[in-house]
Design a protein around this ligand. Structure first.
Ligand code: FAD
Ligand code: NAP
Ligand code: SF4
Length: 670
């Protein structure tokens, strides 16, 4: 008996059957924008279909140029384009999967001057003011959606997903916030819904009865002036009557100031919203957001919140997610830890989307781990992210690998990261690698700090010895009140009620969150909702209420020498969340600091030429890191081929994305 009877059971839609209850949610990878990249995109989808995904939803394709997210972005408007799409649909079908095209009209989120919307109101996250559509213009947009769906059918897609959430055009028609019209398309909730409902109707007419129409419905807008719950329910019922096959859940507009998918959002944080809608409709509903492991997905289905689950990033992290769940190998799943570092942050920088824990994502045709023709005996020193990715990928290719780790546990700095409130998911990567080491047959030596002399007899040596905290030269740095982030987070050394944090990079910000957290576990859903002001949409339109964060148990000062904003180097999609969290905990952020000295009175600094004493009990140093690579010279002198990776190679601007990517790429070539 499968532990996931709901998740893995087929779903009969009447005219077609999905092989399980898993929908791979839409993600724009960057490969959609040019047909020249379709062969790579085809392999990316095919790998996920072979891995068992029931229904794949593509990245968004605009139904016309006004709907483009960016100039020359993906669109489907001609038969010639539809023919190109056959390259994508055929391999998915060969692998037994199904695929739907997402039709996305950006509306006022379009990053170009052609943008249109219900009313001419600029989005707070976009410099382009949209043109308000005329009555004729609205009808043209509806036709464009229907044509796009008909072309999708021509291209071999099993259906379409209509993007009706996240604050895109359809959502802009639905909410009073963005729809100030007084004609047939605005003025009352009924009239604001008409655009969405007409689109579904026209698509059903044009694409036929045996075509899946998923409507992605914004159940929680999370913006002021969002939809009331009764309007959300009415929309779902009208969309069903208009011919939708499935309703998918959308949570939060892009301009919302509530995080909806980053790692500090508790798992399955929004399935209750889908569960609240489900009794009001007769068609299957899909739940989504922060579902990343089979048990979480199964629970959402077995407790009756939904009929299907949507997961997007988990399939970047592991294309074999379903197969592993089916065969009782869930401990082998490479879990998406919701860091956004290589997926959404790349998308915002217009870089190809990939995955921090799986650098092959989006590079399936170029980064392959083919079996080696000549097996070598390889030593990998250091079991942080860099060493773990190298060792396991080398072993997968057939090399004989020994992995040496000074600590008594694998993980390196990830072992510290996972202790930060809201970063608990990082433990999953350590669990994944622990299992992967066993499965691939890497010989692991824990508690073994190697010297150059221990490494004779290997064909190759990979040094993944990582980094050590930098100790700034500052009078009083050896004062007993000074601790490193390792002392505080890893070793749990006691910290006073007034604390100064030196260094406001990623680690300084994390440590400040660690120090200001107390009370409820970080991933407690009620506490998280109170912190971010999320509530039942029946209580407040859009599900947004006043924030009530738990107070910090101590006063924290977060300092840096640069004048730039604190956390400005953090990822686009997570940096603002960290900044808002620090503000809520009243962390005093001071930039342009000169450190003078530390003594019994506290930390003496100068800011804008004025001396200031921070009367603190503890100073925590998070001043960056230095590479640990003292073995390299001795090994080279002994004539051994040495490869430096991760922090041991370059400590500046190191993150786990670079460490894992570099390790995997080295392993692919040895
Ligand atoms: P390390 O993780 O430093 O691993 C090196 C390993 O080598 C260690 O386990 C060490 O014990 C071992 N070693 C050293 N010398 C020897 C020897 N002679 N013999 C045997 N073993 C040896 N990165 C992100 O990308 N995103 C984040 O959100 C993030 N958050 C972080 C939060 C915190 C609090 C911290 C501390 C780090 C965070 N990082 C984050 C950084 C990330 O953890 C590092 O970039 C990454 O761990 C570097 O990997 P590495 O393998 O190069 O080195
Ligand atoms: P970092 O981002 O380089 O930050 C180091 C901080 O120390 C900076 O604020 C720097 O600012 C300060 N500093 C540097 N030298 C100093 C000195 N001699 N004296 C006093 N202050 C000094 O490094 P990190 O915070 O250690 O993080 C390491 C890596 O882990 C980062 O590159 C980051 O990518 C990764 N990480 C990422 C995340 C994430 O959420 N994505 C989270 C944690 C860590 P000033 O020079 O202006 O003072
Ligand atoms: Fe998940 Fe991070 Fe990979 Fe994105 S980069 S898929 S968030 S693990």
């Amino acid at each position: 008996m499968s532990p996931y009877p709901n998740l893995l059971s087929p779903l009969d839609l009447g005219f077609t059957t999905l092989r399980n209850r898993v929908l791979m949610g839409s993600m724009h990878t960057g490969l959609e924008d040019k047909a020249a990249h379709f062969p790579e995109l085809a392999e990316y989808y095919a790998e996920r279909a072979r891995g068992g995904v029931g229904l794949i939803v593509t990245g968004g394709f605009a139904p016309n140029k006004t709907g483009w997210l960016l100039p020359l972005a993906s669109k489907l408007t001609t038969s010639a384009e539809a023919r190109q799409h056959r390259q994508l649909t055929a391999p998915v079908h060969e692998a037994g999967g199904k695929i739907a095209l997402q039709v996305l009209h950006a509306g006022r989120y379009a990053y170009h001057p052609l943008s249109v919307s219900a009313s001419s109101i600029k989005a707070p996250i976009n410099p382009f003011r949209p043109r308000a559509l005329t009555n004729h213009g609205v009808k043209q947009q509806i036709n464009a959606f229907a044509n796009c769906a008909a072309l999708a059918r021509e291209a071999g897609y099993d259906g379409v997903e209509i993007m009706g959430s996240e604050g895109y055009l359809i959502n802009q028609f639905l909410a009073e916030r963005t729809n100030k019209r007084t004609d047939a398309w605005g003025g009352t909730p009924e009239k604001r819904r008409r655009f969405a409902v007409e689109i579904v109707k026209r698509i059903r007419e044009k694409a036929g009865d045996d075509f899946i129409i998923i409507y992605r419905l914004s159940m929680l807008d999370l913006v002021p002036g969002g939809q009331r719950w009764e309007d959300v329910v009415a929309l779902a019922q009208e969309v069903e009557s208009a011919g939708a096959t499935i309703i998918n859940t959308g949570i939060g507009w892009h301009e919302a100031r509530v995080p909806t998918i980053v790692t500090s959002v508790p798992r399955a944080a929004f399935t209750w919203v889908t569960g609240k809608l489900k009794p009001h409709v007769g068609i299957p509903v899909v739940t989504s957001n922060r579902i990343n492991m089979p048990q979480v997905a199964e629970e959402a289905l077995s407790n009756g919140d939904a009929d299907l689950v949507s997961m997007a990033r988990p399939f970047l992290a592991d294309p074999e997610w379903i197969r592993k769940a089916e065969t009782g190998r869930e401990d082998e799943i490479n879990t998406c830890i919701a860091c956004n570092q290589a997926c959404l942050d790349h998308a915002f920088k217009r870089k190809l989307v990939s995955c921090m824990v799986n650098p092959r994502a989006g590079h399936e045709t170029t980064l392959t781990l083919a079996p080696t023709r000549r097996s070598k005996h390889v030593a990998v020193v250091g079991a942080g992210p860099a060493g773990l990715s190298t060792a396991t990928a080398l072993a997968e290719r057939g090399h004989s690998v020994e992995l040496f780790e000074a600590d008594d546990e694998i993980g390196g700095q990830f072992g510290i990261a996972r202790k930060i409130p809201g970063k608990e998911e990082f433990a999953e990567t350590i669990r994944y690698y622990r299992r992967r080491v066993a499965v691939t047959g890497v010989k692991l030596h824990l508690g073994t700090r190697v010297t150059a002399g221990d490494l004779t007899g290997f064909d190759e040596v990979v040094l993944a010895t990582g980094v050590a905290p930098r100790v700034p030269s500052l009078p009083g740095i050896d004062h007993p009140k000074v601790l490193s982030y390792v002392d505080v987070v890893r070793h749990g050394k006691p910290v006073g009620e007034r604390v100064a944090v030196i260094g406001a990079g990623g680690i300084g910000v994390d440590v400040s969150e660690f120090l200001t957290h107390t009370g409820s576990p970080a991933l407690d859903l009620d506490a998280w909702m109170a912190e971010w002001g999320v509530t039942d949409p029946e209580q407040a339109a859009g599900g947004l209420t006043e924030r009530r964060p738990e107070p910090s148990p101590r006063q924290v000062f977060l300092l840096q020498r640069k004048k730039s904003g604190i956390g400005s180097g953090l990822g686009k999609t997570s940096g603002w969340v960290h900044r808002a969290a620090l503000k809520a905990k009243r962390v005093e952020q001071i930039t342009g600091v000169t450190y003078e000295r530390i003594d019994d009175d506290g930390l003496h600094i100068t800011v804008d030429g004025k001396p200031r004493l921070l009367e603190v009990d503890t100073v925590v140093v998070c001043a960056g890191q230095e590479p640990v690579r003292d073995l390299a010279d001795a090994l080279r002198a002994a004539g051994l081929p040495v490869h430096l990776i991760g922090g041991a190679d370059v400590a500046a601007e190191l993150d786990a994305k670079r460490a894992i990517d570099q390790g995997t790429r080295l392993a692919a070539t040895l």
